[in-house]
Ligand binder design. Structure first.
Ligand SMILES: Nc1nc2c(c(=O)[nH]1)N[C@H]1C(S)=C(S)[C@@H](COP(=O)(O)O)O[C@H]1N2
Ligand SMILES: [Mo]
Length: 315
């Protein structure tokens, strides 16, 4: 058993993305409720053979031909703060997340609001494989063969009204299954949002699997969004609510630190994070860093969404 208290977390485990919340929020917690939470390592981590096979042909037009990161890298180097801050924590602890049954609530300005069993949300859609770059705001990246379907197809079925200008994603909050929720790293539950134009862009994917099988829990089972031209934090995992709203929604990272994490969070090598450069990135598994490309390489497809937006101010 591994016992972790806030003051046991070594500086080496604290990632740049989490620095701000750590410093401020650990101080908040050290006085009371979260003093000695126990985190057990006993619950089994998800293994590759826990995943069910999914039939999905590769959509070459929407896939990069860069070398893939391997399953091990994709499923053991994760950000999923509900399970802890360390990159290995999600693979250690996410095995205890129960993903069946799973309900997704659809609400807001939408013609088909309801509580949907996740199977019913997914079933009508043909699955495809798309190999996307994922660029984290912490300046590392991966290449992942996702399995999923375009969010726009789901949105079309849900029939948003003309008042819907943004989509907000709310993700699972299970204190009994998610050890990280004991700490106020973020204002739980983790939420994210997109403009309607971003949400219905053909690149925006609902991912339900990777490497031809259902998602490992640590990658956001049973369903997550993947927005490949934005920093990874926009790609919310383990979604339980999809809301169609009129106003730009509050999002977990933007609330935690609006100076450092904007609502748009488009990958942009020309706009530095206040504490580090975004010009280069480390591809997981490679030694030398490489240049970060505007919109993570998807500029031809998405730049037109932002022609009227000052990307320095709307970072
Ligand atoms: N619910 C939830 N979703 C989340 C996060 C999180 O902490 N909680 N982290 C985000 C961040 S910062 C990144 S980089 C990606 C990482 O996705 P991956 O682990 O599948 O590579 O998930 C995003 N989605
Ligand atoms: Mo990230």
């Amino acid at each position: 058993m591994l016992i972790k208290r806030p003051d046991d977390i070594k500086a080496s485990e604290i990632t740049p993305e989490s620095l701000y919340v750590n410093r401020r929020r650990f101080i908040l917690t050290s006085s009371g409720a979260a003093l000695a939470p126990l985190v057990t390592a006993c619950a089994g981590a998800a293994r590759a053979d826990d995943q069910m096979p999914l039939a999905a042909a590769r959509n070459a037009a929407f896939s990069t031909d860069e070398p893939l990161n391997d399953f091990e890298e994709i499923s053991t180097y994760n950000n999923y703060y509900e399970f802890g801050l360390d990159k290995a924590d999600p693979s250690r602890y996410a095995g205890r997340l129960t993903t069946d049954p799973w309900t997704v609530t659809v609400d807001g300005h939408v013609g088909q609001p309801a509580d949907y069993a996740v199977e019913d949300l997914i079933k009508p859609h043909a699955l495809e494989e798309r190999v996307y770059r994922l660029r984290c705001v912490e300046a590392w990246s991966m290449v992942v063969p996702w399995v999923g379907f375009p969010l726009k197809d789901l949105i079309a079925r849900l029939e948003p009204t003309s008042r819907a200008r943004y989509v907000r994603f709310t993700t699972a909050m299970r204190p009994d299954e998610m050890p990280g929720l004991q700490y106020p790293y973020l204002d739980w539950p983790y939420t994210e949002g997109l403009t309607m134009a971003e949400a219905v862009h053909p690149l925006t994917l609902i991912a339900v699997g990777l490497y031809g099988k259902t998602l490992p829990n640590q990658n956001g089972a049973p369903l997550r969004v993947v927005v490949p031209w934005k920093y990874g934090f926009k790609s919310a995992k383990s979604i339980v609510r999809i809301s169609f709203v009129e106003e730009q929604p509050a999002t977990a990272w933007n609330v935690a630190n609006p100076r450092e994490y904007g609502f748009y969070a488009n990958v942009n090598p020309n706009v530095d994070h206040p504490r580090w450069s975004q010009a280069r990135e480390r591809r997981i598994g490679r030694f030398f860093r490489q240049e970060t490309v505007m919109f993570n390489g998807y500029a031809d497809q998405v730049a037109s969404l932002y022609t009227d937006l000052d990307l320095e101010r709307n970072f």
